[in-house]
Design a protein. Structure first.
Length: 506
């Protein structure tokens, strides 16, 4: 039971804890929860998406199949209408057969047969960083250890011109560690480009040879320098050799296939509102994924959730007063491109948006929702999520988050609700070869389905929208009051906001 002291502590840390005694759910919420937990096509939908279609990078045949999958599944779930909306990603990208071999020199005593310098070599397990440029095969390129990649580390390493720089990492364990993976590379790339490095080799943050795919590009553009991610064990071996005074060289080829602009699509299914159909709630997740695994935790399970949320509301027999749009965004992994495109394309009607609900963190238990810095929606949100306390949903955070498809709606002043989830098995498998169907906790996913359906239906049925669309000035005030400006600056987003390149203009 939460004490009064615990409640005050929660408020002091910037989030609101719900009452210890669960508020009785409305009849509508109970009905939706019951329908959500019934057997459905959720598991099979995800199996088809992951096992049969597989990893889904925009511009590939798999992504085209995934869009068709979304249209068919939303239609089968009972949508009143289904359509796609296209947008452009600046470049296509696909990895070729990245190959890396490392060699080091050993001095053999002249008293031995064949004395002198002997080279030994070993293959390194490596993949290209996504949207990084190709590198034609190079031979015997020196590797230099630059530690964690700080400016001091680069200075200590000396001349890196024409060399491959090895960057260390910590083992990924928490959400903060994950955000560091995105926060650190830009400055490292700046230094490597400035000092004319040949390429960057990032040490993987996962153990047990797990490889994964990230991009350091922000909007689908090709990055400035060839980059690979090394299996952690291989990267540490190279680091130990260098620390022992052994020179290390690499033969490296990164034959990435890069093309011009590509068309991608968001998929939208809708239940039309019975009383205010021009007002709408968005329930969303991204459909695209990286392709080393099959994109089950990130984010296929939640794409399937969005579809089943539509099915749940339809089968419950309840009629939302406002329309609910169930959106499968594309281009999320390349920089939230699909959701940004949708927000821009629909900017003129966002005054009628009644909320955006996003799930994007696998199947770890939902602990609550992040409200995009909106103190003004807390009280109403407490009532909407009260029926979800049976699932352990107890916290409403008034912070502003980055990294998923709510972001550009938040910067347009729309109330947003991002599911805060426990890490569970998400981090080790994030973007990785191991992100596959068998990692999904379906019992927990069904609970998330109930949460998403209850919250979105509740937003659609409030007598008045949960909150007004904020103006540019109000959004900036929210950024500053929630101390989110440092986060914006750390991820290179502040200049876009200040310049008007991103977010509401007035």
């Amino acid at each position: 039971m939460r004490t009064a002291k615990a409640l005050l502590l929660c408020l002091g840390l910037g989030f609101s804890c719900l009452a210890a005694t669960p508020t009785a759910g409305t009849d509508d919420a109970s009905r939706i929860i019951q329908t959500a937990l019934e057997p459905s096509s959720l598991e099979n939908n995800l199996r088809v998406l992951t096992d049969e279609i597989g990893g889904r990078v925009p511009g590939t045949p798999a992504m085209q199949l995934a869009v068709q999958w979304g249209v068919q599944a939303l239609t089968a779930a009972g949508a009143d209408s289904v359509h796609t909306e296209g947008f452009t990603i600046p470049n296509s990208w696909a990895e070729g057969a990245t190959e890396m071999t490392v060699s080091t020199a050993h001095e053999v005593s002249a008293t031995k047969v064949g004395g002198g310098t002997v080279l030994t070599s070993f293959r390194v397990r490596a993949v290209s960083v996504a949207w990084a440029p190709a590198l034609a095969p190079v031979k015997h390129v020196p590797i230099v250890d630059v530690g964690e990649g700080s400016e001091a580390d680069f200075k200590k390493a000396g001349d890196i011109s024409g060399k491959i720089v090895l960057v260390h990492s910590a083992v990924l364990k928490t959400w903060d560690d994950l955000f560091d993976e995105y926060k650190k590379p830009p400055s490292i790339i700046d230094l490597a480009v400035k000092d004319k490095a040949k390429a960057i080799a990032f040490m993987a943050t996962r153990e047990h040879d797990i490889l994964y795919r990230h991009t350091n590009a922000g909007a689908g553009e090709i990055d400035r320098l060839p980059m690979v991610l090394l299996a952690r064990e291989d990267g540490e071996r190279i680091a130990r050799l260098l620390a022992a005074g052994r020179p290390v060289w690499a033969d490296l080829a990164i034959p990435n296939q890069i093309g011009g602009p590509i068309k991608a699509s968001n998929v939208i299914g809708e239940i039309k509102g019975s009383e205010a159909p021009d007002e709408f709630v968005i329930v969303g997740a991204h459909l695209d994924s990286w392709e080393l695994g099959t994109g089950a935790l990130d984010n296929g399970c939640n794409a399937a959730l969005v579809i089943d949320a539509l099915r749940t509301i339809k089968e419950s027999g309840l009629k939302p007063k406002r329309s609910i749009r169930f959106i499968l965004f594309s281009g999320e992994e390349e920089g939230l491109i699909g959701s940004r495109a949708y927000a821009l394309a629909h900017r003129q009607e966002l005054d009628k948006a009644a909320g955006v609900v996003i799930y994007d963190a696998g199947t770890g238990k939902t602990t609550g929702f992040s409200l995009g810095g909106r103190q003004d929606v807390v009280d109403a949100a407490k009532l909407l999520v009260a029926p979800l306390q049976e699932f352990g949903v107890t916290e409403l955070k008034t912070d502003m988050e980055w990294g998923t498809d709510h972001f550009d709606f938040m910067l347009e002043g729309v109330p947003t609700f991002v599911a805060d989830q426990q890490e569970a098995n998400y981090l080790e498998n994030y973007h990785a070869v191991s992100d596959t169907y068998d990692k999904v906790d379906f019992a927990q996913l069904k609970k998330h389905l109930a949460e998403a359906a209850v919250l979105s239906f509740g937003l659609a049925n409030l007598p008045q929208k949960i909150g007004a669309r904020l103006t540019h000035e109000q959004i900036e005030q929210t950024i500053l009051e929630s101390h989110s400006d440092e986060m914006f600056k750390a991820f290179g987003l502040w200049d876009d906001w200040v310049s008007g390149k991103r977010g509401r203009q007035k």
